[in-house]
Write a new protein. Structure first.
Length: 183
């Protein structure tokens, strides 16, 4: 699946503005991770963009990802990408993460909320003011962005990146789409 097809699918399936922004942020981070880790930037971008297609329809952790996987399979999407979409909710679905893509998608989509929350406490409320260091600092504060899974973000270590390196890469990636995120 290419970018225009993925964007059309996102627009068909996702009505929530915040979820579209989250998906775009995850896609940007996934593309950067692919470049850093030797993955396919196009495929990883698509995985980031489409990983939460069914979130609006089913917020049940025991189901989240299944509808998206079925939809992607019906469109001939590569099984590795489909498995990564399922694996980003491994805990809810009783699955195991196995591949670099599985771990990358989980940590990428998880860090978006922490980065946005960090931007929103900056004096100018802009992504341009956020650094990897500021994200790491706020990650250590358990009362900051409480719903963000620190454990999922730390899966960056499973793909060979330190938290500091991952946070810097993720911030830079999201800054590249700041205009579309309206941050």
């Amino acid at each position: 699946m290419n970018r225009p097809e993925a964007i059309r699918l996102l627009e068909e399936q996702v009505t929530s503005d915040w979820l579209r922004k989250h998906s775009l942020a995850a896609a940007a981070i996934m593309e950067a991770l692919a470049r850093r880790l030797g993955g396919d930037p196009e495929a990883w971008w698509v995985a980031g963009l489409l990983h939460d297609l069914d979130f609006d329809q089913t917020q049940d952790p025991a189901e989240h990802g299944r509808r998206t996987a079925a939809l992607l399979r019906s469109r001939g999407v590569d099984e590795e990408l489909v498995n990564a979409v399922l694996a980003h909710n491994a805990e809810g679905l009783g699955l195991e993460r196995r591949t670099t893509l599985d771990f990358a998608l989980t940590c990428a989509e998880s860090v978006t909320g922490l980065i946005v929350a960090t931007a929103l406490v900056m004096p100018d409320r802009r992504l341009g003011s956020v650094t990897g260091e500021s994200v790491v600092k706020r990650m250590k504060k358990k009362d900051f962005a409480r719903k963000v899974s620190r454990e999922s973000i730390l899966l960056c270590e499973r793909v060979g990146l330190s938290l500091e390196e991952f946070a810097g890469l993720a911030v830079t990636a999201m800054q590249g789409v700041a205009g579309e995120l309206r941050l």
